[in-house]
Design a protein around this ligand. Structure first.
Ligand SMILES: [Ca+2]
Length: 201
């Protein structure tokens, strides 16, 4: 028997399977509430006495990447099931309080499905791979650098000619500031030494 309840934290919203919680994360009895980890996909009613989660009590939900969870306000035993409201959550998502979505203590049925992990390959300058969640080779005009990232080919090829050009151009301006500083310093020295004797008068 637990004597003290406590609020939840981020570690409660982690793992490989979706989790439903009786209390929201900031509820001081969070750690004493019902939790249900859905290790199998499928659809579940909460008024089934064999099923270990209370009806109309869910207040928080964790959905990892690769899963979609649909909450339903009615059970399949309810004649109005088809007309009931539903709310879909596609992972990765931490719903730390279902009250924020207006459905606190509301869920009577849950459907847990696996979904394809969609990866944005264009953002990585790669082709879409056949395998879900993966990306293919670099797209045309791009090549992998040492870190395995696809970089534009133009930035890689003319490296040698660019460096010689920039050193040639940057040499003359580098001399000028040094001469200016030397000039200012010399002027300052002259001004300082000419003022020193007058102050000792
Ligand atoms: Ca609740």
């Amino acid at each position: 028997m637990k004597l003290f309840g406590a609020q939840g934290n981020d570690s409660n919203f982690s793992g490989e399977h979706p989790i439903l919680f009786e209390h929201s994360i900031e509820d001081e009895n969070f750690t004493e509430g019902w939790t249900k980890t859905f290790r199998e996909t499928g659809a579940y009613d909460f008024n089934n006495s064999n099923y270990t989660f209370p009806n109309d009590e869910a207040s928080a939900l964790y959905v990892p990447e690769g899963f979609k969870v649909t909450l339903h306000e009615h059970t399949t035993y309810d004649p109005s099931f088809e007309d009931g409201a539903t709310k879909e959550y596609v992972g990765p998502i931490n719903v730390k309080s279902l009250a924020d979505d207006g459905i606190n203590d509301w869920t009577s049925h849950i459907k847990v499905e696996k979904v394809e992990i969609v990866r944005d390959c264009t953002g990585e300058n790669r082709a879409t791979a056949d395998k879900p969640g993966d990306c293919g080779d670099c797209i045309e005009g791009f090549a992998e650098d040492d870190a395995g990232d696809c970089q534009p080919l133009l930035d890689v090829a003319p490296m040698g000619s660019q460096t010689t050009q920039t050193t040639q151009v940057s040499q003359p301006p580098k001399m000028n500031p040094i001469l200016m500083i030397l000039g200012i310093a010399a002027f300052g020295m002259v001004a300082y030494t000419s003022m020193t004797p007058s102050s000792s008068k």
